[in-house]
Write a protein that binds this ligand. Structure first.
Ligand code: SAM
Length: 284
């Protein structure tokens, strides 16, 4: 077991700083203050980050750390932390590590014994999910699907039975192809395209995958997140034995009957009171 506390330790910290996904006003005061305080800013693309830093009049040494040099750059960053200096890491937009580089860096910094802390902000997947109107209590973020059609279909098939809302990132030039592939597997499920979030042309398109052919892909420009409704659950209120077993499992891990019914009610979209009465009747 290993406990790491950024604020209680005197060790230099690696700060993971989320950057705006479009609207510069989404950069927090804490992010700006942290960037002013650290000794070095490591980033995915120094040109992109330089623009952001210019906007906030922050002048710090930059170090490129991207998917092609992450291992070597991480070693340099660990050396800098070893010299007692703190470092911030930024990707081009949103959270580093979320469909962006940074994972190897974080692993190396943790292995070297330094604390890692996050400065929050926008992330395309959460902004999109929150605005989608689709179920948000459980969701599965896949990120970018494979480019090759056969691999993409294989991945989508593997997600076909997932009950959770599915979230994908996609590049604008592949959006039409991807929508068709989604429609082939997920048939008549509801879907949402969240386009150009936080920007002037922000648009949320909500529809049914049966209708994807009616979308004019010429109008689908910019950055997009695609969200698809999870698989419909076949569990009906008649599956009482299954439901009683599920309640028992939750009781065994220490939840009260009321809590167990609440959890299952959300998971299975079954009335809480139905579950409660079922259990009481059965166990009397
Ligand atoms: N690290 C980022 C995050 O936390 O969301 C994601 C970076 S990933 C390389 C870029 C993808 O994120 C885009 O292809 C798009 O799917 C999504 N994205 C980024 N900005 C967006 C925006 N403003 N509106 C909609 N989707 C966006």
């Amino acid at each position: 077991m290993e406990y790491s506390s950024s604020y209680k330790s005197n060790l230099p910290i690696l700060y993971l700083v989320a950057t705006p996904i479009g609207n510069l006003q989404d950069f927090s005061l804490r992010a700006i203050n942290t960037l002013k305080q650290v000794n070095l800013i490591a980033c995915e693309d120094t040109r992109v980050t330089a623009k952001l830093l210019n906007h906030y009049e922050i002048d710090k040494p930059l170090l490129a750390c991207h998917e092609h040099n992450e291992q070597e750059a991480s070693i340099k960053i660990v050396e800098i932390l070893n010299n007692g200096q703190s470092v911030a890491y930024l990707s081009d937009a949103g959270y580093p590590l979320i469909s962006d580089p940074g994972h190897r860096l974080v692993q190396n910094v943790i292995n070297a014994g330094f604390p890692v802390s996050t400065i929050g902000g926008s992330s395309a997947l959460l902004n999109a999910l929150a605005a989608s109107g689709l179920a948000s209590d459980h969701f599965y973020f896949y990120g970018f699907l494979p480019v090759k059609a056969s691999e993409r279909t294989q991945v989508l098939k593997s997600l076909e039975q997932f009950a959770d809302t599915l979230i994908f990132y996609e590049a604008p030039h592949r959006i039409s192809e991807t929508l068709k592939a989604l429609a082939e597997v997920f048939k008549d499920r509801r879907f949402v395209i969240a386009r150009e979030l936080t920007k002037i042309h922000e648009e949320i398109i909500r529809g049914n995958l049966l209708e994807v052919n009616t979308i004019n892909s010429e109008n689908l420009r910019g950055e997009m997140v695609i969200i698809v409704e999870g698989a419909p659950q076949n569990i009906s209120e008649n599956n009482d034995i299954y439901l009683l077993n599920e309640i028992d499992k939750l009781l065994k891990i220490g939840l009260s009957l009321k809590q167990s019914c609440e959890v299952l009610s959300v998971q299975l979209s079954i009335k809480k009171n139905y579950l409660y009465q079922l259990y009481i009747k059965e166990k009397q």
